[in-house]
Design a protein around this ligand. Sequence first.
Ligand SMILES: Cc1ncc(COP(=O)(O)O)c(C=O)c1O
Length: 437
Amino acid sequence: MNPIAEELNGIIQDGNPQVYDMLSSVGKNLFFPKGILSQSAEAKGKAHKFNATIGMATEKGDTMFLPSVMAMLNDISPAEALTYAPSFGIMPLREAWKEEMVRKNPSLAGKDISLPVTCNAITHCLSVVSDMWVDPGDVIILPDKMWGNYNLIFGVRKGAVIKNYTFFDPEGGFNMKAFKSLVEKEAEERDKIIVLLNFPNNPTGYTISSQEADGIADILQNIAKGGTHVVAFTDDAYFGLFYEETAATESIFTRLMDRDPNLLAVKLDGATKENFVWGLRVGFVTYGCPVSGESRPFYDALERKTAGAVRGSISNASHLSQELVLKSLQSKEYLSEKEEKFEIMKGRALEVKAVLSDPKYAKAWDVYPFNSGYFMCLKLKTVDAEALRVHLLDQYGVGLIALGKTDLRVAFSCLEKGDTRELFDTVLKGVEDLTSS
Ligand SMILES: Cc1ncc(COP(=O)(O)O)c(C=O)c1O
């Protein structure tokens, strides 16, 4: 093992030995290399005559650039736009994102968490934490309504085993019973369980209530107390888009991060969906758990390993994207701009609810509960979801997503409010075409 990895492992063991045990074998071996990066960081401070350390190019002491590139970028310098960012992410953005996280989750105020490490959006955050915490054969507990890409990230690429519980209780809301019994069963059979919690949920658009969040946290705390290591990933991709009072407005990360030394909370979030900058690819990994003694060295060690996973996969996330997200966060208009877009999304979600309350649709589908996010799902009663999807596309030019045999996902995030009724009437017509033929 590399001596730097050993040193980081020692620091993690001092701060929380259970968390050390939770690291995957890759995670135990990960470190942030000194090599070129630290030599060039050292040179930045001291090499006042010639600094020929890093694989970028300069002219007269400034970043070299093609004018045709920079002509498209106002108010941003070549150094901000074109140079490599640190593998950890640029520090002002990491700090600003953390501050935002506390503003959006007030119960984090004064609590000890890591600094966020920047990744190439949440998909990459998931791969990075998969490297850090998941070994081949580990079990990941997920609901049956889940984002399909978890299969590729954890199942195919990592060789983990995904086990599903039924997301919705037939009586309504989150299926606490199914979650509890799967978590307890898996905990009996192994030393470590990994749970992935995603609210607002893709594909259903459901966010748990505060009581449900307490229930989930209690269950995981009990498992942790019983001696099984618990790693809880919270995928907060659609965070903040909560349209009804039923939805808990703080991430479940806040309820998990200081419950038990044997429970590690790992928050994955990003600007992609929240700030409507999908292609900029900026996401963050943040850790929270009880730490004995000084927490900073402990979190610093976790951040270094995480940045090592970034370094070893994509090297660093786009500097230009990070600067754009940072400057937007710092803008005076940021909060009012976000509020304006939030209201548009909320208006659409509530319109979907209003339209779907029409009893004429009841023969064709049930509506899964939704109160947040970008999506909602129909549960079809009479036709196959894929057959309907293809028919709607071919016959009416309407594109929706079929999931399994019965579910049809509608991204109301892409639907103008005024088009809502026409869309669902078209879906109903599609169902009628298929059932009458
Ligand atoms: C639940 C969930 N997590 C993560 C992602 C990926 O987000 P990003 O674009 O930030 O990689 C998506 C995107 O569809 C998603 O639905």
